[in-house]
Design a protein around this ligand. Structure first.
Ligand code: HEM
Length: 558
């Protein structure tokens, strides 16, 4: 249930129903009515309640008109069963397509599977008949993606990560289901609390200095790791992952793991965390996308997944408890002198350590391979586009006259070309394939009936290199994201949504931006980066993966 302080802002955003507001008012303890801050909330709540009632009446009239049109569309649309896709065999369903040695999609990268569905079956295609798995409807046109996202309702549903949800609901029953895997009102309560902590610019600001420190360690590590030809070692991606994990652990758990120290013991707890991040991601791809019997029998991948999740949960609980103890033992006067960290803010706001643990797990799972791969793709794109690299360095030389000083927020804000390069990298080498939603209501999509709750994968794979949406699509042109680049700009707002859309969009975007901008600015201010090898091969599981070692040649600039 929403508290009054959460229900009022939600009502102002049009996301709290009359029932939610009334319940929040009724549940507010009588004693709070006498506090000044609460009196204003209560007055606001009563005003909102009247507005919500009025809005419901107007909406009901409009809905009646819309319902009539919608039901005609629905009746005229082709049935769900007619959506094209591979025809399932009896018993085997469509699983054989993914099986070695002859399965059509065996070993194929997920991006190509999505694209081939688009080419073979059209912009609305069905992949059904996978054992133990609901159908996926694969959608690949921006106007259809827009339709899905604009009808997602106040509690957008994104199911599909069954393994994660299963873990929280069955293995860790005494913990909360994490933000990314919760739905409905449970999701909204969690998200409202987290938004107030993670989406506020002043809460990110305090991390500029520590994130700069971690990024400096990364730059020092690059300098120390190069061989005599200035080439980085085969395991360079591990170092990027360490940077990503070190940064996000500082935000999620108020902890420095010291991962970028050259002498780190490979058997240490910190080292094992990197392994666990990769294992969870890889297992989720196998458990939640590929055909798997984990819901019927305990498969080796399932066991690996559970082991890594247990390790994460234990680590997160340990650090959250330490933060609780620190908060309790620090004198109030001292606490008032400094801003609260993200973790402290979550603990103080929710008074629920389980919520802080669940959020920390989400941040570790969603915030390592994403930013890490984002940095790797950026290094690769700039290394293979020397003209753009030079332009970036001109900006960095102007904004950062002294490389020995920590970066400031003002300097970061001044790096417009850097941000344009990040966006262009995300377009030309997207790290995720798209997004997912369960239909918020019965929909007619591309002429087909899609019943409420159906899982839809919105894939961007065929959009980013499509001239229809991006002029000169095959070229790497950061200018398209800058004033003056109008002729090159994206032609449809739903063709490029790397952080998602609406109230359920990525909650870590501010931190992802801060981390990536800082480390990339420092790296390219210090070094010129070259790629002197054949084009690197990549594949897609849930996320882009480099198949070749990231052997960049890195030369000092200063
Ligand atoms: C380059 C980096 C990143 C990219 C491209 C990215 C992208 C996304 C996308 C596309 C979504 C789904 C949004 C939607 O459904 O509309 C998402 C959700 C999410 N992201 Fe990120 N993300 C990144 C980094 C991060 C970081 C650093 C964190 C943690 C601090 C994070 C935490 C989350 C969480 C918790 C959700 C689930 C939100 C919810 O369900 O309410 N992400 N992200």
């Amino acid at each position: 249930m929403l508290r009054l302080t959460q229900a009022v802002p939600a009502a102002i955003r049009g996301q709290a129903s009359e029932g939610v507001l009334s319940r929040a008012l009724q549940q507010t303890p009588l004693r709070l009515f006498y506090y000044h801050s609460f009196t204003s909330h209560i007055t606001a709540a009563q005003v909102c309640l009247s507005a919500v009632r009025l809005r419901s009446t107007v909406t009901a009239v409009n809905e009646d008109v819309r319902e009539d049109t919608a039901s005609t569309d629905w009746e005229q649309a082709r049935p769900y069963s007619a959506i094209p896709g591979p025809t399932p065999l009896p018993i085997l369903g469509n699983a054989h397509h993914f099986m070695p040695p002859f399965g059509k999609y065996n070993g194929i990268n997920l991006a190509d599977v999505m694209k081939s569905f688009n080419v073979e079956y059209g912009p609305v295609a069905k992949l059904g008949g996978l054992p133990g798995r609901a159908d996926f409807i694969i959608i690949s046109e921006p106007h259809l993606i827009e339709q899905v996202l604009r009808t997602e309702g106040v509690w957008p549903m994104r199911k599909g990560a069954d393994s994660l949800e299963y873990y929280f609901r069955n293995i860790r029953k005494n913990y909360r289901v994490s933000l990314a895997s919760s739905q409905g009102q449970e999701w909204q309560e969690f998200r409202t609390a987290v938004n107030q902590v993670m989406m506020k610019p002043q809460n990110t600001k305090q991390y500029v200095e520590p994130i700069d420190r971690v990024s400096q360690e990364f730059v020092d590590r690059i300098r120390a790791m190069r061989d005599g030809n200035n080439e980085l070692p085969d395991q360079f991606f591990d170092e990027i992952s360490k940077w990503a994990l070190e940064s996000i652990t500082y935000v999620a758990l108020d902890t420095k793991l010291g991962l970028l120290r050259g002498d780190l013991d490979p058997n240490s707890e910190s080292y094992k965390m990197i392994d666990a991040v990769h294992t969870v991601f890889e297992s989720m791809y196998k458990l939640d996308f590929l055909p798997s019997l984990w819901k019927q029998v305990s498969t080796p991948t399932y066991r690996k997944f559970i082991k890594s999740m247990n390790f994460f949960t234990e680590m997160s609980t340990k650090y959250v408890n330490m933060a609780m103890e620190r908060l309790q033992s620090t004198p109030r006067s001292e606490l008032e002198d400094r801003p609260y960290s993200v973790l402290e803010n979550l603990l103080l706001r929710t008074e629920d350590p389980n919520m802080a643990v669940a959020m920390a797990l989400d941040m570790l799972l969603a915030g390592v391979d994403t930013t890490g791969t984002g940095v790797a793709t950026f290094l690769y794109q700039l290394a293979t586009h020397p003209e753009q690299q030079q332009k970036l360095q001109e900006e960095l030389d102007r904004v950062i006259p002294d490389i020995n000083k920590p970066l400031t927020k003002e300097q970061l804000e001044d790096m417009r070309y850097l941000r344009a390069c990040i966006k262009e990298t995300m377009r030309t080498m997207p790290i995720i394939l798209g997004n997912a939603r369960n239909a918020g209501k019965d929909l007619v999509l591309g002429g087909y009936q899609i019943p409420e709750g159906t899982l839809m994968m919105m894939t961007y794979r065929g959009l980013f290199d499509n001239e229809k949406y991006f002029p000169r699509a095959k070229e790497f042109l950061p200018e398209r994201w800058l004033p003056g680049g109008e002729a090159l700009k994206c032609k449809h707002p739903f063709a490029f949504l790397p952080f998602g859309f609406g109230v359920r969009k990525c909650v870590g975007k501010r931190f992802a931006d801060l981390e990536m901008e800082t480390v990339l600015a420092k790296t390219f201010r210090n070094f010129s980066v070259e790629w002197n090898r054949p084009p690197a091969n990549t594949t897609f599981h849930f996320i882009l993966k480099f198949l070749d070692p990231l052997k960049f040649t890195v030369k000092d600039r200063v």
